[in-house]
Design a binder for this molecule. Sequence first.
Ligand code: ATP
Length: 765
Amino acid sequence: MSVRVVARVRPLLKSERELDVILSTGSSGTSELLKSKKGSPDSKTPAALKERETIVRIPNPKNEAEQFAFQFNAVYGPSTTQQEIYDAEVAPTVKHLFNGFDVTIFAYGVTGTGKTHTMRGGKSLADRGVIPRLLSSIYRRSRKIEKDSEGATKVEISMSYYEIYNDKVYDLFEPPEKRTPAGLPLRDNGGKTVVVGLTERPCTSLKEFESLYDQANMNRSTSATKLNAHSSRSHAILCVKVAVTTGECTRVSTASAIDLAGSEDNRRTENDKERMVESASINKSLFVLAQCVEAISKKHPRIPYRESKMTRILSLGQNNGLTLMILNLAPVRAYHLDTLSSLNFANRTKKIEVREVENEPIFKGPPRPAARPSGAMKQRQPLRPLTSSVNANITVADPSKADEKKPVKAFYVYSDKQPTKPQAAVHKPEAPKRSSPLKRKSDSLNAIPRPAKSMRYTEPDKQVPKTHKDISAAKIEELVEKKVEEILAARALDDSSKRQAQVNEINEQVQRRLELLEKRIEGTEDARAEGLSYLLMAKQHHARGEDSSALKMYKLALPFFPHNQKLAAKISTLEEKIRAKQQISNANKTEETYERDDMPSVKKHSRGARARRTTEMSDEEYVESEAGEESDYEDDSFSVRSRQKRAAGKSRKARSSQRERTETPSDAADLQNSLDEEAHSPRTAHLLSVINSRDVSQIKLLKGVGAKKAEAIVDCLCEMDHQMEKADYAGREAPQARVKSLAELGRMKGVGLKTVQNMRSGVVV
Ligand SMILES: Nc1ncnc2c1ncn2[C@@H]1O[C@H](COP(=O)(O)OP(=O)(O)OP(=O)(O)O)[C@@H](O)[C@H]1O
């Protein structure tokens, strides 16, 4: 069965106009624009909705007269309520979940198109999204099953909730302070990707779920961006495990509800540095997802799942069960290109075939008292060698026949007649034993032999006594126990302890090697992500015409892609461009100097006066406002003259503004002194670090600094680099120039001491 893809078009937001609606639905003859406003139901009644549209139309951006049509399993218009979309798309999957099928529901779309609204929804009953409604149905069905079976069937529900933020996995049931910088590792386990060390919380009622879920959502990374006041900065994955136990047979299935972060066009978001890094990571993972979908639909032998944690976890086309994708769309022109690319992505996704495989039931001994943990107890994913091993052999789920089958299956588990097939013991759904991250079928080209599992399997004396205890009540377990004891005794006779020590040693070595390998792989992935984020930032600087910053970013990206000729070419082109710009500006400066030297009013200045002039005249505001006036040339006497003018009391207004802008030598010295005193305060350190970051978006946030001044500062830093390279490094690449003191900052072109003080006063540490 292929992935079911439905589109949901959100209503217009307050800031959007009906005029800008470009999406329509229906066949070409009867196509109707999707433009109802939030809260104003359009002409469609719920009954009409049952006929369900399946086509979305969007104009060709290059030729508006033409339209592209995309067909999905269903299309929901702006007036569709949360209840309607749940009833039509999600409710039917609940019965499959209880029949042992895994269900995956994910929302995909550009930022601000309604993914979180669809998945989580609002607080009111009517606004509740897919997730709370799904949980409500699960609890209702559980109670019904338990009641109908008069207690013979028990349903246990537990859940884990985590986010993938900047390509790192964090447990949302844990407070952010407990997070480690590297996040939680992933492992492949029996064909499924599992997160190691994730908290799994038992959850017995809807109320309990709601409080857990709300609390966990507070740990989720969200921020305001220009396009969405509550933008999700991470992909959030909620896994609800449903275990239905009848007698000794347990069937476990999982519903995964995924709220993906939305792709972002950073030319529109105006993101700052931190948001930009998040955005780069979000865009990268969505790009990899698109590549995976493309590779699957084109039947490529290699699907690049491993290139991002999100795609590894989502494993589209690899997971069994039912998969539903809700494509969220905004109806307006501002999203035109993004919507088109989402529609193309969804169009490819709908062709992906998923195996509709039912999870096999797990055969257990009598339920243990600890099987249903209560309260907020933290339950790590358990190791269950027996259940999984038995599970691997079971074909009949009928509990009445279970007794007949048990001895044979249990015997299989611990018999040493089949030591060459250790996989049976390892292929269990919930035992997160270490396994190679290179295991996936699609990555088989890169796969390396993995002796680890067989080594682990041959540790019977570590596993068996625990399992003995677990199954000692049943007759069959006595048989198994006996058999195991016989085997152990035989091994003991055979100097088994010596062998065991060897096995342990090898096992540890293998484990260490695997860890090293994983670290190396994860390290490479992290490095690549970092490199990509530099590239993205470089592109964004470039697009804004900030060539110097773009060049810096490209240079920072270079070590991550050392053999990328395109990147090297880009860097040298930019260098050329900047050099040419500098030559032009130098030439202009020289011309200006000549002109000034030629002027009769220009006097030779004393050293102190010249320094003062630099200080006074370097303040950009001052230079701008006084441009063309006499002060340009009469600086040495300027402050004295202005005092004289003040005394004469002429044109007070004009002078008072001039007074504000003009520093007397002693004012400048005071200012300089106070800045020197503050030279090593945390505030100064922070200010200098912002300046030295060369990040225009950060610098422009400083008090009294606008975009232009910020860019001028970065340009000035780049010019300093250039001068250092020329003067001290004979044209070789020099380390980045840094501003080391406030005085130095004040000397920069277009800054000035007053500006520095202004900037500094606005810094909060
Ligand atoms: N079907 C809808 N009905 C009413 N309001 C909606 C609907 N869909 C989205 N909205 C509103 O649109 C805004 C953006 O929605 P939401 O935060 O869910 O977007 P998102 O796709 O999750 O964005 P991001 O990827 O940035 O997290 C919110 O104010 C939300 O209330």
